[in-house]
Design a binder for this molecule. Structure first.
Ligand SMILES: Nc1ncnc2c1ncn2[C@@H]1O[C@H](COP(=O)(O)OP(=O)(O)OP(=O)(O)O)[C@@H](O)[C@H]1O
Ligand SMILES: CC(C)(CO)[C@@H](O)C(=O)[O-]
Ligand code: BAL
Length: 279
């Protein structure tokens, strides 16, 4: 049975009882408007942990764009019913005041890995993510936390903060779930028009082709330029970045012997889509 819990006090009571009984606890942090990508994380947690908590919290501190925050889809009822099919034990859906009560004054800031790409395009975003993820780990006392590779840089930020702050959590990165045309599932996809949705898969196919070309010996720069041209030609309004980076540090990397990642962000129908793949 899936139970919806809104307060930290009630959550703690449940978790303490589980832990006292020797059960392992997994947490899947989300902002709701759930899709198969989220559910795959929850199923993995279900398979690996005795108890599973999914958190649903649209975290105002990580939105640098007030319009994006206002338009973020909120579908708690439908989300809870999807999660009961996994099933997860608890849906933790706190209010903004519960998470950030009067007088809240702390920020967790991860230097380095949070600075380029998403960090540069969305100032303050990763401070908001690092702060709320640290709090969610503290609130849930989870042994394991599940995060999607779709938000690759976020996953690296969380890994860094857990290491740096000695948090007793094992971070598990889970593969990106895609639509049939390759589009990475994302809650923001519902804001695409039918015309936009029809071309959205080009972001993935363009970076996949670039990665293949680079592995076949094409120069990084040429392959990336061609990918950006394909995305624009398909009808995207703007390519914010397509970059080849060290997979762990997110710093520029032209060393094919190291694990590298191609990361992209582009605008379609006024919606900002991101994706990434290994190279
Ligand atoms: N397609 C996906 N495959 C695997 N994991 C995913 C996918 N989409 C999101 N996740 C993961 O689910 C967790 C919660 O993400 P979030 O609630 O922001 O959903 P989202 O679909 O990424 O929404 P957004 O529109 O904000 O990008 C994150 O760890 C994220 O990486
Ligand atoms: C990890 C997270 C739930 C923190 O708010 C959010 O950034 C997300 O949904 O990826
Ligand atoms: N999925 C990452 C959270 C965000 O876009 O704000």
């Amino acid at each position: 049975m899936t139970e919806i819990v809104h307060t930290v006090a009630e959550l703690r009571q449940r978790v303490r009882a589980w832990r006292a009984a020797g059960e392992s606890v997994g947490v899947v942090p989300t902002m709701g408007a759930l899709h198969e990508g989220h559910l795959s994380l929850a199923r993995r947690a279900r398979a690996e942990c005795g108890r599973v908590i999914t958190t649903i919290f649209v975290n105002p501190k990580q939105f640098n764009n007030p319009d994006d925050l206002k338009k973020y889809p909120r579908t708690l009822k439908a989300d809870a019913s999807l999660l009961s099919s996994v099933p997860v034990d608890i849906v933790f859906a706190p209010s903004v005041d519960e998470v950030y009560p009067e007088g809240f004054a702390s920020t967790v800031s991860v230097a380095g890995v949070s600075e380029p790409l998403e960090g540069r395009m969305r100032p303050g975003h990763f401070d908001g993510v690092a702060t709320v993820v640290t709090k969610l780990f503290g609130m849930t006392e989870a042994h394991r936390g599940y995060f999607g590779q779709k938000d690759w840089q976020q996953l690296q930020v969380v890994l860094r903060l857990v290491r740096d702050l000695n948090l007793p959590v094992e971070v598990v990165g889970c593969e990106t779930i895609r639509e049939a045309d390759g589009l990475a599932m994302s809650s923001r996809n519902v804001r695409l028009t039918p015309e936009g949705r029809a071309i959205a898969g080009v972001l993935y196919s363009a970076i996949t082709a670039a990665a293949t070309d680079i592995r076949a010996g094409q120069s990084d720069r040429m392959a990336i330029r061609e990918a950006a041209e394909k995305v624009r030609a398909a009808g995207f309004e703007r390519v914010e970045y397509i970059e080849l980076r060290d997979a762990g540090t997110l710093m520029p990397s032209d060393d094919p012997r190291r694990a590298r990642r191609m990361l992209a962000a582009a605008w379609l129908d006024g919606v900002r889509l991101i994706d990434n793949i290994p190279v």
